[in-house]
Design a protein around this ligand. Structure first.
Ligand SMILES: C[S@@+](CC[C@H](N)C(=O)[O-])C[C@H]1O[C@@H](n2cnc3c(N)ncnc32)[C@H](O)[C@@H]1O
Length: 222
């Protein structure tokens, strides 16, 4: 008999078991597509730069949160160069351990390593200028994603932004049994963002990724 609570527990525990076995490398973070990391980071940098800088209404550069950070691939090349302090949150302790050496000298400016599932994580009220959520929303159920986004909104500084960068399917919800995740289409992601009470400030598609992988969209929300 299908029990939703039990299915949900399995959805999360299977994902945890999957990531535990993945090597703590850039290639591991990107499912074998380590080669696209630079294109990804450069696209993200151009995206973020639109919101940063001096002046009224610009997003601050004090503190960022990297959600589903893994070994800190994004923290190292995108967030630490732009923000004074970066916090990481991830469910896999081995990845956060690796981050401490992978981030090198600049790991001095990491504020916190939170080992926690995003479904349970409560970011500190008003702490963050940017909350970066990349390649991890498919590991949350709809309800948990909506509730997490609501907690993120409360954790923003004035003019702060939540950024979701993730795969989108062509149509509907496509499950991935291997890593226990789902890929949602853009319309569904929009609906969930709306349910969280967030507004889409800007959105674009990542260009120059290999043709055989999912389309990747980046959404700035507040
Ligand atoms: C595809 S990797 C992406 C890592 C990083 N965002 C990047 O782009 O390099 C997915 C990451 O999400 C983490 N993860 C999976 N389920 C999670 C959950 N429920 N809460 C927090 N992190 C989770 C995994 O441990 C892994 O580090």
């Amino acid at each position: 008999m299908g029990d939703i609570a039990e299915d949900e527990t399995t959805f999360y525990s299977n994902a945890k078991d999957y990531w535990k076995e993945i090597p703590p490398t850039v290639d591991g973070m990107l499912g074998g597509y380590g080669s696209i990391s630079s294109i990804d980071i450069n696209g993200s940098k151009a995206f973020l730069q639109k919101f940063l800088g001096e002046g009224e209404g610009k997003t601050g550069t004090g503190c960022a949160l990297d959600c589903g950070a893994g070994i800190g691939r994004i923290t190292k090349r995108l967030l630490l160069p732009l923000f004074k302090t970066v916090d990481l949150v991830d469910v896999t302790p081995e990845f956060l351990d690796k981050a401490k050496s992978y981030l090198g000298e600049d790991s001095k400016r990491v504020g916190n390593y939170f080992c926690c599932g995003l479904q349970d994580f409560v970011p500190e009220h008003g702490r963050y200028d940017i909350i970066w959520i990349q390649w991890v929303i498919g590991h949350l159920t709809d309800i948990h994603l909506v509730e997490f986004l609501q907690r993120c909104q409360k954790a923003l500084q004035p003019y702060g932004l939540i950024v979701i960068k993730d795969n989108v399917s062509y149509e509907g919800v496509v499950p991935d049994e291997l890593d226990s995740s789902v890929c949602r289409d853009l319309e569904i992601v929009h609906r969930l963002v709306g349910r969280a009470g967030l507004r889409i400030v800007y959105e674009e598609q990542q260009k120059n990724f290999p043709k055989e992988i999912y389309q990747v969209h980046t959404l700035a929300l507040r």
